[in-house]
Design a protein. Structure first.
Length: 412
């Protein structure tokens, strides 16, 4: 198997994902991903006609984000028409899976130079054309619903917290710490290496900094927030009287769900894009590129669909086994803060020191642009390994459908 080198990582700042409020919300999703592709081309003098493929993750592939946004963004970026683009969907894990697929192509010897990443305009998706109803919980797919009674992801977070015994105080503490760490990272310029400012079509600056963080957050302020998902627990989902409560009680009939997640301890709604340049050693040397890291191992895992968010732990175990490593060999972790309970359960189940996880804050503070986040986290991890002069790191994240990709990288 070929070695897979990571040459560079680029991402946009995360803009607030709300039309009329977010600095990126006025732009086309293709524009955001094209910004990353142009930046990675310029930074590395990339011969775009020699890129074997661009793999882009995007979860809501409809309307402006449809029609293979990986290829369309590549063309918008002005890349050589002989290169190609591909778009994939693994929900929140889309761009990390895109990186992993790119790594597989190089490791197999069939490809030499790949760019992978993703994009999600969460300011756009609420208005995007889509099918009515949640995909696994409507009245038109009773067979699948009976097999996999899947609740809303926020309700799943509350269910997991209840089952695992995590308290409101614990999830609020994680949300607060995410804000604190992000504020330190931003003030010290820890994200600067990977950030590509976004400009409008007329050349004026749209955004060059993180827009979502709220460094003024306090524990008292978080404690005052109402749970976000309690109000929808009994809301009807279809004409048959289906509700999230009924879905949960079909598998956990005696569970009294404690609703503890809210906007302050859950991932922020934002817009953003990301890209990672990967190459074989032979191709990289021919370009004069200095590798920053290698892909040590990668894995995917699934878990109970009705709980949705628990697959990062088995995915991590699987990746460690493939790498011939144990959890103590990993020096830094990025575990996406889709909801605070996800990294809390990860740290407890694998006995990981909280001081090694999401050291520059996570999605509670910075936001989670669904299809772009995984590759963003990979870049954040690599930048921080270099800053601390450490060697190995792991990134993982939960994805809808109860899946998780995981990637272990090792600095060169």
């Amino acid at each position: 198997m070929e070695d897979v080198w990571i040459i560079d990582t680029v991402r946009t700042p995360r803009g607030i994902g709300k039309i009329g409020k977010g600095a990126l919300a006025e732009l086309h999703p293709q524009h955001l991903l094209a910004t990353c592709l142009q930046a990675i081309q310029k930074r590395n003098d990339l011969k775009t006609g020699e890129v074997d493929d661009v793999i882009a993750g995007c979860s809501s592939q409809t309307g402006k984000q449809g029609a293979c946004i990986g290829r369309m963004s590549q063309l918008l970026a002005g890349w050589d028409q002989n290169s190609t683009g591909l778009t994939i969907d693994r929900f929140c894990g889309s761009s990390l899976s895109a990186v992993n697929l790119a790594a597989m192509g190089i490791a197999s010897g069939m490809q030499d130079c790949m760019v992978a990443g993703g994009v999600e305009m969460m300011s756009y998706t609420p208005t995007a054309p889509r099918m009515e109803g949640p995909p696994l919980a409507d009245g038109g797919n009773e067979r699948l619903r009976a097999m996999y009674p899947t609740p809303n992801v926020g309700i799943a977070a509350d269910v997991i917290a209840t089952l695992e015994g995590f308290s409101r105080e614990q999830v609020d503490q994680l949300g607060y710490e995410s804000q604190r760490r992000a504020a330190v990272a931003i003030s010290e310029g820890r994200f600067d290496r990977s950030l590509a400012p976004v400009y409008r079509e007329d050349g004026t600056l749209a955004l060059d900094r993180e827009e979502y963080p709220r460094p003024q957050t306090t524990l008292e302020g978080l404690a005052a927030l109402k749970p976000a998902f309690e109000a929808v627990y009994d809301a009807p989902l279809d004409e048959h009287g289906l509700s999230f409560r009924k879905i949960v009680e079909s598998r956990f009939p005696d569970l009294k769900v404690k609703h503890i997640h809210h906007a302050g301890n859950s991932s922020g709604v934002v817009d953003g894009a990301s890209a990672v340049l990967l190459a074989s050693p032979e191709y990289a040397r021919a370009q004069g590129w200095k590798p920053r890291a290698r892909v040590k191992a990668l894995a995917d895992a699934g878990d109970r669909p009705e709980l949705i968010l628990n697959a990062p732990v088995p995915a991590t175990k699987k990746a460690l086994k493939k790498a011939g490593m144990n959890i103590r060999d990993i020096e830094l972790f990025e575990v996406n803060e889709a909801f605070a309970v996800v990294p809390l359960k990860f740290m407890r189940d694998l006995d990981v020191d909280p001081e090694l996880v999401n050291v520059n804050g996570g999605a509670c503070a910075l936001g989670h642009p669904i299809g772009a986040t995984g590759a963003m986290l990979l870049g954040t991890l690599l930048d921080e390994l270099e800053r601390r002069d450490l060697a190995t790191g792991l990134v993982t994240m939960c994805a809808a459908g109860a899946m998780a990709p995981a990637t272990i990288i090792e600095r060169i």
